[in-house]
Design a protein around this ligand. Sequence first.
Ligand code: FAD
Length: 461
Amino acid sequence: MENPSSYDLTGKTVLVNREWRSMSMTEAVQKGRQHVVVVGGRVTGIAMVVQLLATLNEGAGITVIDPHDSRYPSVFYDPEDLVIANTSGHIGSIVAADPTDFLSYLDHHQDPHSVPRHIVGRYADQRLAHHVRRTRARGVAAARIVDTVRSIARRGGTYVLRLGSGRLIDATDVVLAMGAGPRRDVTGITGIGPYPTGRLRSARVREALVVGTGQSAIDAALVLADSGARVTMSSRAGLLPAVRTRTLLNEQGLTLDPRAPTFDLEATLDRFVQAHGHRPLTTMLSAVRDPIDRLGEEITLAESGDIPWQDALVAVALHLSRHAPQSTGNPRFAWRYLTSIMLTTAHRLRNAINDRAVRLVRWTHVAPQQHDLIVVAAGNDRYPITCTSDAMYLGSAPAGAAPWTTLTESLQVQLPGRTQPERVWAVGPTTTVRYSTANFLASAVAQSARIARRIGNAPTQ
Ligand SMILES: Cc1cc2nc3c(=O)[nH]c(=O)nc-3n(C[C@H](O)[C@H](O)[C@H](O)COP(=O)(O)OP(=O)(O)OC[C@H]3O[C@@H](n4cnc5c(N)ncnc54)[C@H](O)[C@@H]3O)c2cc1C
């Protein structure tokens, strides 16, 4: 068994208290020490650790396991300045107890509604290091292992994790913070993913096809166009996201019933705008069908400030990640508005379209063979997670294991045939087995705070 003192969390700070340094994890768990393993060490995993550091008792330990070290350029770590957050700095805090933490971290010259995403990653790393240093005095150990978790098996009241290297790690509690899942393939089209964008810049291609028209497809198109490529974008639905200028938390005028079994975004936004004294929602939305003309009209609406619906989105996202109502209403409307892009990105896209560096074509007109590079940015599939009554398998499954389907309202995994949920939690985009809607970092932070209260001994809310 590994002793966590040989690793560190951020690449800079060694974070293990004296007692843990002299024990292996197995010994510690056998001696009744609480040992929480967080599977996945990017922003959601980091938010989870920050919340756990606030709730775990003296003598407990946290180990983060991720095959990528903290420099891997994933969504919030991509160094590309063109790739900005589609949420405002006002809801970017990874510290649940301090919602303004990210806003106060930002340089005062930085527009909080147009923050390059790598600033969020840098902030998360720095806050992690800060909270670990603070908590070390309380005797909570934290460590990082660069490896992949393959399975989590029950053993008595605790768990044994098998890693890709063959190592076994004992844990009293496990949190799955593995992100959204593998990139979705599109039948008949082979390409690379949109991130890290450095691969797109360095490819120096003339003709690129981007499959997808959502946020990550737009990121890829902007980077490729900026590096001199002519970009064709296309998706089956052919829709671009709507345009917003900010994401703020405003619950006033929202009637979100936690017990309601269904949820209709359009009706909710309509009630919200009218409660704030505006005219009906339908009169303030673009009715144009062509996606490029609609982008232009939605930019004008956003510039004029006539988009009060945007101020309901954060509360709605938090509601959807806390309760799991079935979405009714138009799924295309829900996708366009929940994943709407910031005005800065919308301007960049329209400029690239006007400069003929980016064009949108119908799906039936796409000719993949005419392109030097194909980027597939069509979303993510669920992780192939399976389980038996005694174990979970992350990736390849043994015969007899069934797809994982049950996450309780307390965000705990329930194994088939068992009545009690496990001390295995899921957080952030990994909760799609229960919460199918777009996941903001703010939702992941709120979920991580709930989980940390359950795992630690802090009083529950
Ligand atoms: C293009 C895009 C833009 C987004 N922009 C925003 C935004 O602006 N604002 C916002 O609030 N939200 C945004 N989101 C939503 C969400 O907040 C982000 O997806 C966020 O980066 C998710 O972070 P994560 O840590 O959950 O997942 P990831 O960054 O995907 O990290 C998951 C980690 O888990 C590890 N892992 C997976 N399986 C295993 C295993 N078996 N063992 C060990 N480790 C494992 C992976 O190696 C990976 O490092 C965006 C999402 C996308 C896709």
